[in-house]
Write a protein that binds this ligand. Structure first.
Ligand SMILES: [Fe+2]
Length: 594
């Protein structure tokens, strides 16, 4: 291995740093403790359509037209929490286009004083993936809405009832501050709570006048039918809880289980209030609906017997505080737009850190993602900024930041103490550089990785290179074949768990020990296991739901009216679309990234 360039030579690390900030389609920015932007790489500026001279030296929030730090701000969070912060971020650009990205903000501390002097912001683009997820999610919501329309076709008397209940549930959950996931679950759960009524014969469901015991027994089965359609789906558990529990009573006299008090899941207790309110106020063919005031009085009346008294108190407070009447309380037009679950993959935080690839290796802790860099020339920081553009796009606005970016300590830190992992391989698959955190994740000593070839890391005897549809699966192989940057989502199984990495492969030329140029591929990896695994679990559940829905449709098909056939057809169409989705491992780079 004598001909290999020295992995730990400062010259090599400098070259890697240059490649990372100049060539990788990843946005990097350095922000000081007064929120001033002191560095922004070309990709950041280009992808955000910003002008270097206007951005550098100004406060980050001023650059997007705000007078103070944004409502949700990773930089402020880093200063407050003192640890790495991670968010999924959506930006609307001046031309109204949008970008989704993983926003990683890493603190940079001066080891002498311990103060956080700067925040290094790393933005990894996820727009194509999130747009696709939004489209798929929209189809999923269409299926749910079509199911509700089918229910409405069947049962005119409770027309819009499910939508009303959903809207009330969403408002009350939000008022109770139960978080975005609870809002989503309540919105969807409220919408689906009476789905089981599709199984109830029309003659019973639409009967005017009193039901006999046998008919009442049939009606009482509808929560269980909804439960059956949603069974086996872990992501739909809260909706199932809503369905099974919305006719339970606080005093234990409800059905189907006769649960009481807090044994009834909160989702069910919330839906019971919404259901009771809407059932009382809607018009039926055999009686007009009660007024809003009369319904509110009755809700208070049954608090402690039928309904949870504390939740009723909150419900009454919400209605008074927000000045709701029947129309505004049951208006669900914005419920889903506000629910926004799929976007809220994670809100934060320092605790949700990238996992290690191999189970037996301890995942990095928050402390591993702090850059400790002695602040060079800190007192020389210019008060009035003047941008100093440099060749290749790096530009800083004062001497202190410029010195920081050029310091060996900063470059070392960047390569080893951010959630990004790095490797460098040449065309003979020799590993020329590997970052500490990659070695930790791979569960083997860095020196062993550096003495071997890249495929040895995955215990293979030869390159992982294989063709699929004329496309090499190994990103460096694609880089060497095409000379172009590559981005993939790589999946790997270990100890029966699935791990995912967002993988950038960037061509770069480095200088060998004899002065000759060596063609190499720099690989930058970000762990995505947590998000991808939860997304896969949800997709799995959606497919199972589709199966259950199709079974249900077949069973009720002889009963559905001619008018409902087109809805059944529509549901099948959305189901087929969702079933046909196959997300490939390659996510192409946008044109602007090339
Ligand atoms: Fe019901």
């Amino acid at each position: 291995m004598a001909d290999r360039p020295l992995a730990d030579s400062q010259a090599l690390k400098r070259k890697l740093f240059q490649t990372i900030v100049q060539d990788a389609p990843i946005a990097y920015a350095l922000i000081d403790k007064s929120y001033r932007v002191v560095f922004m790489n070309d990709h950041f500026l280009r992808s955000r359509k910003q002008d270097r001279d206007r951005v550098l030296g100004r406060k980050c929030f001023e650059n997007i037209g705000f007078g103070q730090p944004c409502h949700v701000c990773n930089v402020r969070d880093v200063f407050e929490k003192g640890a790495l912060c991670k968010k999924l971020r959506k930006e609307i650009l001046p031309d109204a286009s949008h970008l989704y990205s993983d926003d990683l903000a890493v603190p940079i501390r001066d080891p002498g004083t311990g103060t956080i002097e700067y925040v290094l912001q790393i933005l990894i683009d996820r727009t194509a993936e999130m747009d696709m997820r939004e489209r798929n999610f929209a189809s999923f919501i269409q299926i749910i809405n079509s199911l509700v329309r089918l229910l409405e076709e069947k049962d005119y008397a409770t027309c819009l009832h499910s939508r009303h209940v959903s809207a009330i549930c969403a408002k009350l959950t939000r008022y109770l501050n139960l978080g975005p996931e609870a809002v989503f679950n309540a919105t969807l759960g409220g919408l689906l709570h009476d789905l089981g009524k599709l199984y109830i014969p029309d003659a019973v469901l639409n009967k005017e006048g009193t039901l006999d015991d046998r008919e009442y027994a049939i009606i009482m089965e509808h929560p269980v039918f909804t439960w059956v359609v949603l069974s086996g789906l872990s992501s739909f558990k809260p909706m199932r809880d809503v369905a099974i529990a919305h006719h339970e009573r606080w005093d234990g006299k409800g059905y189907p289980k006769g649960m009481s008090g807090e044994d009834i899941p909160i989702e069910g207790r919330i839906t019971a209030i919404a259901d009771t309110y809407d059932a009382m106020t809607c018009d039926r063919s055999y009686r007009p609906g009660l007024s809003h005031e009369a319904a509110m009085a009755e809700i208070k009346n049954v608090a402690g017997t039928q309904l949870d008294p504390q939740l009723v108190e909150q419900f009454v407070a919400m209605v008074e505080e927000c000045g709701y009447d029947r129309d505004s309380l049951t208006d669900g037009s914005v419920a889903f737009r506000d629910a926004g679950l799929m976007i809220e993959e994670y809100n934060d935080s320092g605790n949700e850190l990238p996992t290690s690839h191999w189970e037996e290796v301890k995942a990095p802790s928050a402390e591993d993602y702090v850059l400790y860099v002695h602040m060079p020339n800190a007192q020389g920081a210019a008060e009035s900024p003047s941008a100093v553009p440099q060749q290749g796009g790096a530009a800083t606005f004062d001497k202190a930041s410029e010195d920081l970016l050029a310091s060996d300590e900063f470059i070392d830190s960047l390569l080893n103490h951010t959630p990004a992992m790095y490797t460098l391989v040449d065309e003979a698959w020799n590993v020329l550089y590997v970052s500490d955190n990659f070695a930790v994740a791979a569960g083997r000593p860095r020196s062993v990785i550096l003495a071997g070839k890249c495929f040895h890391i995955s215990d293979k005897k030869e390159p992982c290179f294989k063709e699929e549809g004329g496309f090499a699966l190994c990103p460096p192989a694609r880089v060497f074949a095409t000379g172009e940057k590559q981005r993939s989502l790589l999946e790997k199984e270990s100890h029966a768990k699935r791990y995912f990495t967002d993988h950038y492969a960037i061509p770069t030329e480095i200088e060998g020990p004899d002065g000759k140029k060596i063609m190499c591929c720099l690989e930058i990896l970000f762990d995505r296991s947590r998000e991808k695994n939860s997304q896969h679990a949800f997709e799995h559940d959606v497919k199972l739901l589709i199966k259950n829905v199709k079974n249900m449709l077949e069973e009720i098909l002889p009963e559905v009216s001619a008018n409902s056939h087109h809805i059944v057809h529509e549901i099948h169409r959305f189901c087929d679309y969702l079933n046909s989705i196959k997300i490939g491992p390659f996510e192409p780079l946008n044109d602007q990234d090339q």
